[in-house]
Design a protein around this ligand. Structure first.
Ligand code: FAD
Length: 391
């Protein structure tokens, strides 16, 4: 009989192929060599100074747009991509955000809805990490309700002219290409905007207390003039951006498990070495109860992620199921992080340990890519047939 493995108590690793375990190990090694030694310091400084270098390393590993086919992308499975997301976010949610926004939002938008020219021009460079992309949907006054966005694109002869503001845009300041969604007289359309276009700027948002090792920006579009072929030709309406969000949310389902796993490992390590009242704190029943609940939460999250991944690979995954995973796995990861923090006592609030960093990062993860409330409403609507989005 196999022995109980605290890192894999349910034996889920046996579900993965040797190739998938190799993906896990190579992403883990990249995190260990390039990010782990620096991430607490970056977080403390509120900077992500090596975003461009890291993008190239991630590109070499084939992680950027890894579940897309052709155009220099690795063409791997949804489960493969999920395994990579778990490892990236076990390191830091900011690192996973870089990869999610690049692959699942910016690249996916071009891959799914772009012209052949867009794909040939942008995707190989983005897959290699030579060009970084961002995805501008949210605005200062329109987050959960993007249908009300105010950014507009109007025709001027053959050109498009964009005006508006986007807010909370990951990678914005380091991006060389922005996929921007705007109202047109035909409905919402997506635009491929090189960030050196006159009238475009992306000031970085400061004073965040979450995802501090991640670039988050405002996008300012001031009479940004684009050629006729800048529009993503294959989609009109919110279906375009929502299809991309669905891709990125799927990665978060796995990523959240990684953050939770890292917190559990830190708590377990601490509980077996820290002594109070003459014995390791892991020997106290209250601590064991916490550790057992955390382990159950992490493994349930991984099983759910794997289940959704298999459905995605079979072409069976629907958005309501992604909502299910995003809602429960991020909420669960936050619970695990908060419990781990208590086990570490005062050390739980120190950046010497990963727990408080994951805990505050997960507050962003709970909000972006659809808040937990939006996913609850999506599931509620699917259960009842009644939409509660407008009250
Ligand atoms: P609001 O929509 O104003 O919501 C505020 C609160 O009201 C929430 O609790 C919400 O759930 C609740 N609420 C709203 N409507 C309802 C309702 N009908 N019923 C019940 N409750 C409701 N956006 C991008 O486009 N690109 C990015 O790259 C990106 N990166 C981000 C990175 C970070 C670090 C963060 C924090 C955000 C990022 N976002 C990005 C924005 C993110 O997607 C939005 O913050 C999110 O969609 C919520 O929008 P909001 O912040 O405007 O909140």
């Amino acid at each position: 009989r196999p022995a109980f493995d605290p890192r894999d108590p349910l034996g889920i690793d046996a579900e993965f192929t040797p190739e998938q375990l190799a993906i896990r190990d190579s992403v883990r090694a990249l995190c260990r060599d390039h990010v782990q030694p620096h991430v607490a310091e970056w977080f403390e400084r509120g900077e992500f100074p090596q975003a461009r270098e890291l993008a190239r390393e991630l590109g070499k590993l084939g992680v950027l747009g890894m579940h897309l086919d052709g155009y220099g992308c690795a063409g791997l499975s949804a489960v493969d991509y999920g395994i990579a997301c778990e490892e990236l976010e076990a390191c830091d949610s900011g690192l996973r955000s870089l990869v999610s926004v690049q692959g699942s939002l910016a690249m996916f938008a071009i891959w799914r809805w772009g012209s052949e020219e867009h794909k040939q021009h942008w995707l190989p460079q983005m897959a290699a990490g030579e060009e970084i992309g961002c995805f501008g949907l949210t605005e200062p006054d329109h987050g959960s309700d993007p249908a009300s966005m105010r950014t507009v694109a109007r025709r001027d002869g053959a050109d498009w002219v964009l005006n508006g503001r986007k807010m909370w845009i990951t990678n914005g300041t380091v991006a060389s290409i922005a996929v921007v969604w705007a109202q047109t007289d035909q409905g919402v359309r997506g635009f491929v905007v090189p960030t050196d276009t006159p009238g475009f700027s992306a000031p970085e948002i400061k004073h965040k207390l979450s995802l501090r090792a991640s670039v988050t920006s405002e996008l300012v579009l001031d009479d940004v003039r684009l050629p006729a072929d800048a529009v993503l030709p294959e989609v009109t309406g919110l279906r375009g951006p929502l299809s991309c969000l669905n891709e990125a949310r799927y990665g978060i389902v796995w990523g959240a498990v990684g953050a939770a796993r890292s917190c559990l490992e830190a708590a377990l390590d601490y509980a077996t070495t820290r002594e109070q009242f003459g014995r390791p704190i892991g020997g106290f029943q209250l601590t064991q109860g916490k550790l057992a609940d955390m382990a159950v939460r992490v493994q349930n999250g991984r099983l759910l992620a794997l289940h959704l991944g298999k459905r995605k690979d079979a072409g069976q995954l629907i958005p309501q199921q992604v909502s299910f995973g995003k809602l429960d796995n991020v909420r669960g990861a936050l619970e695990v992080a908060r419990t781990a923090r208590t086990i570490l006592g005062a050390n739980g609030i120190s950046l010497e340990y990963p727990v408080i960093r994951h805990m505050t990062n997960l507050e962003s993860v709970l909000t972006y890519e659809g808040t937990s409330e939006m996913h609850a409403l999506t599931i509620g609507q699917a259960l009842t047939g009644l939409s509660a989005f407008r009250g």
